[in-house]
Ligand binder design. Structure first.
Ligand code: G6Q
Length: 553
């Protein structure tokens, strides 16, 4: 199906004009004043009823400001938005990224061998596995020491050079799965065009033992190409200028073989992916080469299997029992009806320290849109702001605002039954904090309770916790590559469902594309020897002049 047909097919009237949306608005008026304390008091089994086990993940969603009626209305909205049909359109390779006329097939990256998924008449699954096999063979050669650097030394350091989708997934996955990584090797990630990023990443590395992975879908991104050229100079400087050394120390991950060759990397050392993989959905494509080098091919495949398990669950489970759908409609409930502007993601797992940053791109780049598929301005709020930090650190800083501030901030708490580093009582103490925080957020502390603790009257208002702050608790047995795959896919699909309900294209990123061209015009104005004629607004002109003065001093 062409992009145009796909767009037409999903053109529905503005979601906020639908009967289902209006029903939710009316329902919200009732729910706005209901406290979680009442909802729990009315139904002693609420905790069990509003929780779900699927594909090895547990979700407690009982501490949300919902009733059965709320969920029914939200599922009706999802049905009216043709979520089921849209899921099928994605899984069957239709060009649902209508503005770029592309299929959206990150799910093909983790499809098992033998499954068939067609794009323009070609089954893409064999290509996916061919690249995975090539990555595995390469990873085995590097990890075993069979692949030698230019001077015959084994590779001990791997530096991924990429930005955005070509960086955040690899960094997050490396940190998340460090426990499983090859500890005799070092992994570094360079993304920022700020030279400090590169300088610090390599300052203690020996070029004879270092491999650069230049990860860029387009192979034209300013930051990545600037860092890649600097890396080349650094290597050549360290290896006495011998150009032939590049082949042993540089590989590329890209969709653009012409640019890869132009840079001087042999396309035999290029790992390919496809235009139907969006940058922020690419961590399980060849963009994950650094992850595979760190954790090994078997663990990488385990991670892909985890993604796939969630894909199957998402495609087949009823809405009531569907983890991504549930998470999505809850997010819509707060974003569009309660007016919540943000969602906090709070992993109680140190290894997931970059997970919130990763989710920021996944969610905000996907659903930070203000026109519908038909190009009409949306009449409802779209993508909320995602943010967060690992627990318990956040508790000692911003949780104050979540507990007692004026804003409603729905939270996703993520925890595990077992620690990968069991040390004394640490893990029970960590997990006690998840339970305590979600309980306090939901139930708060009334004036009576505060007074009952002997608090003087003047201090009582300061020590009241209103409660009624919603949260989800997501748990799994322990953080493994497979579980990480499931968690990421959970959020990917939740983002998809939200985008479908808002009737927006979650798969383009014109705002990011704008950033890629804007600076180009100004670079010569900063670099020119002679004072340039400036034609910006007076503020931009002035800042440019000031910068030129400061750098000349
Ligand atoms: C992701 C975005 C964006 C992209 C980077 C890097 O969905 O498109 O973050 O990943 O701009 O792009 P390249 O991989 O082409 O260098």
């Amino acid at each position: 199906m062409s992009a145009v047909t796909a767009a037409k097919r999903f053109r529905t009237k503005a979601p906020s004009n639908s009967a289902e949306w209006r029903a939710l608005k009316d329902h919200y008026k009732k729910m706005e004043v209901v406290h979680l304390r009442e909802l729990f008091a009315e139904d002693p089994k609420r905790g069990e009823r509003f929780s779900l086990q699927a594909v090895g993940l547990f979700l407690d969603y009982s501490k949300n400001r919902i009733t059965d009626e709320t969920l029914n209305l939200l599922f009706k909205l999802a049905e009216a938005s043709r979520v089921r049909e849209r899921i099928e359109a994605m899984f069957t390779g239709q060009k649902i990224n209508v503005t770029e006329k592309r299929a959206v097939l990150h799910i093909a990256l983790r499809a098992p061998r033998g499954e068939q998924i067609f794009v323009d008449g070609t089954d893409v699954v064999p290509e996916v596995h061919a690249v995975l096999d090539k990555m595995a063979a390469f990873a085995n050669r590097i990890r075993s020491g069979d692949w030698k650097g230019h001077t015959g030394k084994r590779i001990k350091n791997v530096v991924n050079v990429g930005i955005g989708g070509s960086d955040l997934g690899p960094v997050m996955a490396y940190e998340a799965l460090k426990f499983y990584s090859e500890r005799s090797m070092q992994f570094r990630f360079v993304s920022n065009v700020d030279g400090t990023d590169f300088a610090e990443a390599v300052h203690d590395l020996d070029p004879t033992e270092t491999l650069f992975i230049i990860s860029s879908k387009t192979f034209t991104t300013l930051e990545t190409m600037t860092n890649a050229h600097t890396a080349r100079e650094w290597l050549l400087h360290g290896l006495g200028g011998d150009e032939s050394s590049v082949a042993k120390h540089f590989v590329a991950v890209s969709t653009n073989s012409a640019e890869v060759s132009k840079f001087g990397i042999d396309t035999a050392n290029m790992f390919e992916f496809w235009d139907w993989v969006g940058g922020r959905y690419s961590m399980d494509s060849a963009i994950g080469l650094s992850t595979m080098l760190a954790i090994g091919p078997d663990n990488f495949r385990e991670m892909l299997d985890g993604f796939h398990e969630m894909d199957v669950h998402f495609r087949t489970a009823s809405f009531e029992k569907n983890l991504p759908v549930l998470m999505a409609v809850l997010s819509i409930w707060y974003n569009d009806f309660f007016g919540a502007q943000t969602v906090a993601v709070l992993p109680y797992e140190q290894y997931l320290k970059r997970f919130p940053a990763y989710l920021q791109q996944l969610t905000m780049e996907s659903n930070g849109k203000s026109v519908t598929l038909n190009g009409k301005p949306v009449k409802h709020d779209t993508g909320p702001i995602y943010w967060g930090e690992p627990g318990t650190n956040g508790q000692h800083s911003f949780y104050q605002l979540i507990h007692q501030g004026t804003r409603l901030i729905p939270c996703d708490f993520i925890g595990f039954g077992k620690s990968l580093n069991p040390l004394g009582r640490h893990h029970d103490l960590l997990m006690a904090n998840i339970c305590a925080q979600t309980e306090a957020l939901a139930f708060g502390k009334t004036a009576e309770q505060v007074k009952g603790e002997g608090t003087p009257d003047w201090l009582v208002p300061h020590r009241i916790f209103e409660g009624n702050r919603p949260s989800n608790t997501i748990m799994a047995e322990k953080l493994t590559p497979r579980v990480l795959g499931k968690l990421v896919a959970l959020y990917e699909h939740s983002v998809f469902v939200q985008g479908a309900i808002w009737n927006i294209n979650s798969f383009d990123q014109w705002g990011v594309e704008l950033g890629k061209v804007l600076a180009q015009r100004i670079i010569p104005e900063l670099e020119s020897k002679d004072e340039p004629a400036l034609h910006h607004d007076s503020s931009t002109n002035n800042v440019i002049r000031e910068y030129r003065k400061l750098k000349a001093n």
